[in-house]
Structures are given as structure tokens and as C-alpha cells.
Design a protein around this ligand. Structure first.
Ligand code: GDD
Ligand code: MG
Length: 371
């Protein structure tokens, strides 16, 4: 079985992080997000993986090479211009050798892929769509089923006038019979959600939904991205943490120093080469990247810091994301879902709140922002 992972989107809802790192490569628990999808595939014996790239394409190959260090064999196929979800798969057709799986490249899940494949074969399905229940389906593809599990309709991102007929949504993993690619026009934009699936249904072909209550999260917004860290730290998914457990619930990688007098409580993870000064506080559900420095009296809580971040003396970061090389001066406060892009420098005595997003490399002068 082969897998095609769609990784070409621009990740606009995760800007400014995605200005400098494509969404599927943004670190989750200090590992590129995609490595979680590779691990899931590998667990189910799928090691032949095709990455369909477009936005920031070259960075993927730099990150993973041929995939051998991660136990998978990677093939990269790049679109000259974005071909949309299904056009992207048509574009890798020459590498496809039989029934295959497709994954949206921003979904964190422990879906039972083997059970989904068995279901696909048992039903004689030509396309099987994994489904998950969500509270508010309106931001997703709605997939109502009949009693046998056959898909009745595919309604992508319903508008205010559309009826919400189910809470089951497209979970972004498909099994597809290869001959169906003959119906997809080559080298032009074509969407699974708005064209391919509705087309199969209009012809009455057997398309099945595979509902699952496995863990499922699209990491594509700042709130969901933080949520993914929280859930992994709470062990809702079977992924191991990197590093060693240096205190109960506190994991740190090599060359990280937590000075005596620093207060670090779990669950949390710190990368390599960090320095946590005496008097600093790191509270649960935080993940700190490699080479970060947390100064005395600084507080980090429920936050994600990417590599090379510096949190100055007496500064606080709560429930927010700091991109690579962000520097906070003294007595800076960052709260409530703020996202700071790579290289942002915040001068002393600023307060950032209410989901503020700061574009990469910007500098905020001391004492500029207050609430
Ligand atoms: N190669 C390539 N080319 N990949 C693309 C392109 C493209 O033109 N456009 C999007 N992608 C990739 C993105 O990188 C992402 O991994 C995946 O396709 C889905 O795109 P998103 O932009 O994340 O879509 P969404 O989250 O709004 O909606 C999709 O996922 C939902 C579940 O998370 C749809 O499939 C919905 O039906 C579904 O419910
Ligand atoms: Mg998405």
C-alpha cells in the first residue's frame, strides 16, 4: 500500500508561522509535524510515501531526505502551481501502482488504517473516506451516510443557508482505487471535496464512509496547534516523547540545564541545549524548543516555544506560540493565543494579548503595547 500526503497548502490560518515554515513541517513536540503521520503509516506497514508539495517545496526534501532515517521511503513530487487536493494526486499518478491512501498533511490522528483498508475491501468500495464526529461541522466537509455506510452526499464547508445534516465530517484520509484517476483532468486545479467526491456520487459509484472515534485533530489554526501539544502531553495519543524524564512529567533532551531554584512542572517537554534559570517557572502543557533560554522570574505556561527563543527576566508567556528566534525583553506579557513569527523582538514592558499575530522579524519598541 502506498500513501500520498498532501503538503502543498499555504497554511494561511497558521500565519505568521507558515511564512517561514510550511504547515506540515511546523514542529509538534519538537518534531516536524509530518513525522507523526509517517509514524502512523509505518505502524500499519505503509512505508512507500509520496509527498505532494507546492508551497515552500524544497524545504521538505531538506528536512527528510529519502526518509530512511525515519523508516519510510519518500518520493517528492512538486507542482509548478497549486493543483488543489485532487489535482495534486493526479500529478503523482506515474508513481501509483495500485489502491492507495491519501492523507491531508495537517491531521493528527491515531486512526486504525488497517481496519479502514479492511473495510474498504469488504464493502467493495471504490473510494472510502475516513470520518470523525465534531461539534461544529461547518468548517469541514460534511459526509452523511446511509445505514450501510454508503456516502449520500459530500458538502464542503456548508454556507449559512445549508442544512447541517450530520456531525460526521471528512477526516482527511482516503482509500482510492487507482483507475479513478482516469476521471481527473491532468495539470489543472481539481478538488476532492468539491469535484471528485460529488462526481463519483452523481454517478452512483460505491463510495463509503469509515466513521471512527479515534483521536482526530486538524492542527491548522493556532488554537488547534496548541491543543495538539496539550493532548499529546496528556497522553491521548500513543506517541513517545523525545529526551529523558528528568523530573516526574518533565522531559528534557541533551545539554539542557534546569538550574536549581527553577520551578518546572509537568507535563512538559524541553528540547536540546536549553537554559532555564533559577527563579524561572515553567508550568504544565508547555513545550520548549531547542536552544531556548528562560531568564530568572520568567513564566511559561501552556505555551509552545520553537527553537532559539529567549524569554527575558520577569516576562510571561501563557497559551501562545513563539516562533523560532523570538526574543522577549524584560517584563513582557504574551497571553491568550498570540502568535509571534520567526525572529520577532519584543522590547521591555509590552503586553500582547487577544490573539495578536506579529509578522516575522518585526521589532516592537519598549513600552509600546498595553491593554
Ligand atoms: N499539493 C497540494 N496542492 N496540497 C494542497 C493543495 C494544493 O494545491 N491545497 C491544499 N493542499 C493540502 C494542504 O497542505 C493540507 O494538507 C490539505 O491539502 C488540506 O488542505 P487544508 O487547507 O488544510 O483544508 P481544510 O482543512 O480547510 O479542509 C480539508 O480538511 C478537512 C479536515 O481537516 C477538507 O478535506 C475538508 O473536507 C476536511 O473536513
Ligand atoms: Mg486543514
Amino acid at each position: 500500500m502506498q500513501a500520498v500526503i498532501l503538503v502543498g497548502g499555504e497554511g494561511t490560518r497558521l500565519r505568521p508561522l507558515t511564512y517561514t515554515i510550511p504547515k506540515p513541517l511546523i514542529p509538534l513536540m519538537n518534531r516536524p509535524f509530518l513525522s507523526f503521520q509517517f509514524e502512523l503509516c509505518r505502524r500499519h506497514g505503509i512505508t512507500d510515501i509520496i509527498l505532494s508539495t507546492s508551497y515552500m517545496a524544497s524545504i521538505f526534501q531538506e528536512a527528510f531526505g529519502d526518509g530512511s532515517s525515519l523508516g519510510v521511503k519518500l518520493t517528492y513530487v512538486t507542482e509548478e502551481s497549486p493543483l488543489d487536493t485532487c489535482g495534486a494526486v493526479k500529478n503523482v499518478e506515474e508513481h501509483i501502482r495500485g489502491p492507495f491512501m491519501v492523507f491531508n498533511g495537517d491531521v493528527l490522528t491515531d486512526l486504525d488504517l488497517s481496519a479502514m483498508l479492511a473495510f474498504h475491501r469488504q464493502k467493495g468500495s471504490v473510494t472510502t473516506i475516513s470520518l470523525t464526529p465534531v461539534e461544529d461541522p461547518s468548517a469541514y466537509g460534511l459526509v452523511p451516510l446511509d445505514d450501510e455506510g454508503r456516502v449520500l452526499e459530500f458538502l464542503e464547508k456548508p454556507g449559512p443557508d445549508d442544512e447541517i445534516v450530520t456531525n460526521l465530517i471528512n477526516a482527511g484520509t482516503y482509500v482510492i482505487e487507482p483507475e479513478l484517476l482516469d476521471r481527473v483532468p491532468a495539470a489543472q486545479r481539481y478538488s476532492f471535496e468539491r469535484q471528485f467526491f460529488p462526481g463519483l456520487l452523481a454517478e452512483g459509484l460505491p463510495v463509503y464512509g469509515f466513521p471512527s472515534d479515534a483521536y482526530w485533530l486538524d492542527i491548522g489554526t493556532p488554537a488547534k496547534y496548541l491543543q495538539a501539544h496539550h493532548d499529546i502531553l496528556d497522553r491521548l495519543l500513543p506517541f513517545d516523547f523525545s529526551g529523558e524524564e528528568v523530573f516526574p512529567g518533565v522531559w528534557a533532551e541533551e545539554d539542557t540545564v534546569i538550574e536549581e531554584g527553577a520551578l518546572v512542572s509537568g507535563p512538559c517537554c524541553l528540547g536540546r541545549g536549553c537554559h532555564v534559570s533559577s527563579g524561572a517557572v515553567i508550568r504544565g502543557h508547555s513545550v520548549v524548543g531547542n536552544d531556548c533560554c528562560i531568564a530568572p522570574e520568567a513564566v511559561v505556561e501552556g505555551a509552545v516555544l520553537l527553537d532559539g527563543v529567549r524569554v527575558g527576566e520577569g516576562s510571561e508567556v501563557h497559551g501562545s506560540v513563539l516562533g523560532r528566534r523570538v526574543r522577549l525583553g524584560r517584563k513582557v506579557e504574551v497571553r491568550d493565543l498570540c502568535v509571534l513569527g520567526e525572529g520577532v523582538a519584543v522590547g521591555d514592558h509590552n503586553q500582547l494579548r487577544m490573539g495578536l499575530r506579529i509578522w516575522p522579524e518585526r521589532e516592537i519598541a519598549p513600552d509600546t503595547l498595553h491593554f
